[in-house]
Structures are given as C-alpha cells and as structure tokens.
Design a protein around this ligand. Structure first.
Ligand SMILES: [Zn+2]
Length: 315
C-alpha cells in the first residue's frame, strides 16, 4: 500500500508523527483496495488501524483513542501517484486543495494519501491487469455545507482508474467517507464476477448471480441462487427435465445413488448442501462466511467427481 512521506505535508510536532500519518495512509489504501476489488455497491469497509495500535503500544504511547478520533475528523485528500506533476497540481487546483493554514489544529490538518494500484478486469485486454489512479476528485469547501467536517467527517471522492497495460480502459468509482468508514456509493462498471472452471459452462451464470448477491451483502439471495444451481446441476446429471417437480430429498437420494459409492462418504454431499441452502434461504440465516464455505464445498464435490470420472476412464 502506498506510503508516501512527501504527502504528509505539515508535520505535527509530536512523537507519534509522521509515523501515525503514514500508517493511516496505508490503512486507507488497504480499505479502498478491498472495497474496489471485492465489494459490490453500497458495501462498507471500516479502516483497520491495528498497525497503528501496535506501533503506539511498542513505543509505549498511550494515544490510540485520541489519534483515532483525530483521523476520523481530519479531511482526507486522495492523490493519484502515477500522473505527471502538472496533472496532479491541476487536479488539486480544481478540487480546492491547498496546504492547511499555519496554526490549524492537528484534527483540522488535511491528510493526503496515495491511491493504491488495483487488480481489475480490463474490458479491452480481456484479462485482469493492474490499474492505476489517473484522476482523483474531491471538493474542499465549495459550499459551507459540504464536505462536512466533524467527529465523523463526511466527504465524497470520485476516483478514476486506468489499465496500465492498454491505457484504453477506465473505470470510475464514487466513495463516500464518513469518519473512518468508506462506502462504495457508485461504480461505472459492475464488479466482474467469475465462476470456478469446474462449474459446467451453462450453469456458471447462476453461480455468478450467487456471488454477485453476496458481494452486495444480499446473503439470502446468494443462498437462493446457490440452491437453484444445485437443483439444476443434479437434474442435468440425472438427465431429468429442469421443469420436473420433485422434492429436494427425492432428488438428492437419486443423485447420490448415481454416484461412484466412494464419493458418498467423506466428500461434500450435494444433497446436504441443498438442504442447508434451503434452510438458510427460508430462515434468512447464514453469514457471508457460510456462503463462501458452501461455494468451496460445491467446488470440492465437483472437483472430486471429475477426478473419479477420470480415474474410471483410465483403468
Ligand atoms: Zn487493458
């Protein structure tokens, strides 16, 4: 994550600085990277200040809470690191960014931070590539009302990234900041969602819908799509029409009976996964972690099945 001492600007004369500022720069970079590469719309990420906490403890400085409150209030200034200096200055001019006036209290000092490079899917290169920030916009006091400086300062950042490989593909995100929390308020392109290769091609859209719902924190919908996938998959394996009305128990029993019997013990069981997905869907239970484990178990079952099939044809 970018750690850019030249962006810290005015140093606060205290033993915690500038290391505290540098650690918060890194924490903002990590939070943004997580938000922009893994999360769907309206998801939130809270800054993880564990490194700052550990650093202060090691220095026997008892100021973690005071500093946490200070960084929650200080205005943050996103900076594109890979653009020419004149471009950066022009962006700063339009955003109204300048050095904090002399005598500004420490909780009013702007904290500039470098925007991290991101691994994103490029529509032009048709592959995942590194993207770097080419424009970062925010608005500094254009009106009295916004940005709102307070215990949990509110700001809006508009960030544009460009594919480093082709320089043809751009993606823009809108990030709402409130204190130490960042929310993905908009993005010009949907987060690309992939499905494991072992999932049959015709069923991959269902798994992508499930993962997409999970990325937007709609976990009951994620379980719903996953259950649909399991139903379709078992019916296709059994050559049953998708429209056939059959109970989950009956379908699961028929599916298990069709398997190599070594697969029905010790392997993730699709009928059991179907039952737990139904339970989670109906009772609106199950966490994002439970959903990730469900996907892992589905993938594990399909991988094992592929291996068993290969072994059988080779002997
Ligand atoms: Zn590209």
């Amino acid at each position: 994550m970018p750690r850019t001492p030249d962006l810290v600007g005015t140093h606060v004369g205290r033993p915690e600085s500038p290391e505290a500022e540098l650690l918060v720069q890194e924490a903002i970079g990590r939070a943004l990277s997580l938000l922009l590469t893994k999360k769907g719309l309206y998801q939130k990420v809270e800054l993880d200040l564990e490194y700052l906490h550990n650093h202060l403890n090691a220095q026997k400085l008892n100021s973690f809470e005071a500093l946490t409150a200070e960084f929650s209030k200080r205005p943050w200034v996103p900076v594109s690191l890979d653009v020419a200096k004149e471009n950066r200055q022009r962006a700063e001019f339009f955003c109204g960014v300048g050095d904090s006036p002399l005598g500004t209290p420490s909780d009013g000092l702007k904290l500039a931070f470098g925007l991290p490079p991101l691994k994103l899917y490029c529509d032009h290169c048709k592959d995942e590539h590194s993207f770097s920030s080419v424009t970062a916009m925010w608005w500094d006091g254009l009106t009295d009302a916004y940005p709102k400086i307070g215990l949990k300062t509110q700001q809006l950042f508009c960030l544009t990234y460009q594919c480093v490989n082709c320089k043809q593909c751009h993606t823009t995100a809108l990030i709402n900041r409130e204190g130490l929390r960042l929310t993905l308020a908009g993005r010009s392109k949907r987060l690309p969602i992939d499905a494991p290769k072992v999932i049959p091609k015709e069923l991959q859209p269902i798994i992508r819908d499930a993962k997409s719902a999970a990325s937007e924190n709609d976990i009951p919908a994620a379980f719903y799509h996953a259950r649909t996938f399991l139903e379709h998959y078992m019916k296709i394996c059994l050559k049953l029409p998708l429209s056939l009305r059959i109970t989950g128990d009956d379908l699961g029993a028929r599916y298990n009976a069709s398997l190599d019997n070594r697969m029905t013990s010790g392997m993730p069981s699709l009928p059991a996964l179907y039952a737990s997905s139904s339970e989670n869907m109906h009772s609106r239970t199950g966490s994002e972690d439970d959903f990730a484990k469900l996907l892992e178990a589905i993938e594990g079952h399909l991988n094992a099945k592929e291996l068993f099939l290969r072994y059988r044809t080779e002997t």
